[in-house]
Design a binder for this molecule. Structure first.
Ligand code: DC
Length: 227
């Protein structure tokens, strides 16, 4: 009888610019798993708030609207998609305006409850397993994940990667915006950016993307072999 590969849930958390998305997508693709970018979901709800005239400086206005947008994530790592009320949001969620406002929106408990419910439903329906990337996946969303990784990197390395992605954005301004967002994400009351006690920390500062991918794949294989 041939051995069946058991489903595996991998949580990858860490601040912006540590290579979370590139690593998570590549690991999921290599292992035949689904992939979920939870930051894209928080960006999508932020974009919806902005385009629907909700004052993102008013937590109670955000809370009241939190369950209104219908956010749908496609979980194929080769083509991750995101729609809001049926509209493709993949472009608009990456604007500097959304990046600047997403921390305030994602700090509102009603937003976190709505998005966390969505994330758990998606993870539970991934037959072969899933790689879920974010800030609170190992601590809050999927505390029973089979493997938890926490990616870190120096602020300089993170800013350099992010400004490269944004094609020539000013390095100092990118670093400042990134540090500000991390501080807000780490200090909020509800499920802040944090390393779970049982997460494995990988400092990516001196590693190439391929080295990070290989390390995470090896950790998944080790977990599977130990079962
Ligand atoms: O991964 P990203 O930079 O696209 O995430 C955008 C923001 O979403 C991030 O600044 C904080 C929020 N976020 C969160 O609060 N919890 C998550 N699990 C993922 C993202």
């Amino acid at each position: 009888m041939s051995a069946t590969v058991e489903s595996v849930i991998v949580a990858i958390d860490g601040p912006a610019g540590t290579g979370k998305s590139s690593t998570s997508k590549a690991v999921a693709a290599a292992l035949g798993l689904s992939y979920l970018d939870t930051g894209a979901q928080y960006r999508a709800i932020t974009w919806w708030m902005i385009t629907n005239g909700v004052d993102v400086a008013d937590p109670s206005a955000i809370a009241t609207a939190a369950d209104k947008p219908a956010i749908v994530s496609g979980t194929d790592p080769a083509d991750p998609t995101i729609t809001v009320d049926g509209v493709d949001a993949s472009g608009p969620i990456r604007t500097p305006e959304v990046s600047a406002k997403v921390s305030a929106v994602s700090a509102v408990p009603e937003v976190r409850t709505a998005i966390t419910d969505l994330q758990r439903t998606i993870a539970a329906s991934a037959v072969m397993g899933i790689v879920v990337e974010g800030r609170d996946i190992g601590t809050t969303v999927l505390p029973d994940a089979d493997l938890k990784i926490f990616l870190t990197a120096s602020p300089e390395a993170r800013a350099a990667r992010r400004s490269g992605e944004l094609k020539g954005a000013d390095l100092a301004a990118t670093k400042e915006a990134l540090i500000k967002r991390d501080a807000a994400d780490s200090s909020r009351k509800t499920s802040p950016l944090a390393k779970a006690d049982d997460a494995i920390e990988v400092d990516t500062t001196e590693l190439t993307l391929q080295q990070v991918i290989d390390r995470v794949i090896a950790l998944v294989e080790t977990k599977r072999a130990a079962r």
